[in-house]
Design a protein. Structure first.
Length: 239
């Protein structure tokens, strides 16, 4: 994205901020005061720009068309899954992602229709943050990135690599890439509208814990319980 330079600047600036203690839940969030300020900025940006755009998108787009856009975006990122599965020493996953990409790009009309899943080729997503985890790199503290949202230091660094090794990141037609990334952001936000209803209590803590749980499940297949019994948002992990 065009905002990756801001992510890079933030990662480089992290050591300059004072370290705090871990939160009561044991989450490594030493930059919580800074993260909360960035979270407030992102919330304002979301309320005034992204959320209205997502609502308008959902209003004008029929459900099948929305699913088509989501499928198309997912198909584009199969390329990243192939690349990272190979780096992780998982040739079987790489082959399956390659097969999905080939089938959905042809029989699925450029990925608008997910033909591969009904054929038994389930999605095996992989990103460079997961690759770093596989290589033994520690996650580092939680951080809130301007515009891009929640990350850890490891997943944030992985996002930079994923951006430049994705198909949109490598093409020469920058206008197409910017259109793709804008559509991706609006589509993702539209898919999260219902999840807003699940947020209870301190929004910052809820979003942080939901992200970390989702990320842990993605990496390990397990979920560390950092929610109370009253706020177990099982469906929230699907975003």
């Amino acid at each position: 994205m065009t905002y990756t330079r801001y992510v890079l600047l933030l990662l480089l600036a992290l050591p300059l901020f004072s370290m705090g203690s871990e939160s009561d839940e044991g989450v490594a969030d030493p930059w919580e005061p800074m993260n909360r300020r960035i979270f407030a900025f992102n919330e304002s940006l979301d309320n005034h720009i992204l959320l209205p755009a997502a609502r308008g998108y959902r209003f004008v787009m029929p459900d099948p068309a929305e699913r088509g856009v989501t499928n198309f975006i997912g198909n584009v990122y199969e390329f990243n899954s192939i690349f990272n599965s190979l780096l992780q020493g998982r040739p079987g996953n790489a082959l399956q992602s390659a097969a999905r990409f080939l089938i959905n790009s042809t029989m699925g009309l450029a990925g608008l229709i997910d033909v591969a899943t009904p054929m038994g080729l389930k999605s095996r997503p992989a990103d460079f943050g997961q690759t770093l985890y596989t290589w033994g790199v520690d996650s580092g503290p939680y951080l809130m990135v301007p515009v891009l949202g929640p990350r850890t230091v490891r997943s944030g660094a992985g996002s930079l690599v994923d951006n430049y090794t994705s198909l949109p990141g490598m093409i020469d037609d920058r206008e197409w890439a910017y259109v793709f990334w804008t559509a991706e952001a609006v589509d993702l936000r539209a898919n999260l509208i219902k999840a807003d209803e699940l947020i209870t209590g301190d929004r910052y803590i809820f979003v942080r814990n939901a992200y970390l749980q989702r990320r842990e499940y993605f990496l390990t297949g397990e979920i560390r319980d950092s929610f109370s019994e009253q706020e177990r948002p099982e469906d929230y992990l699907e975003f």
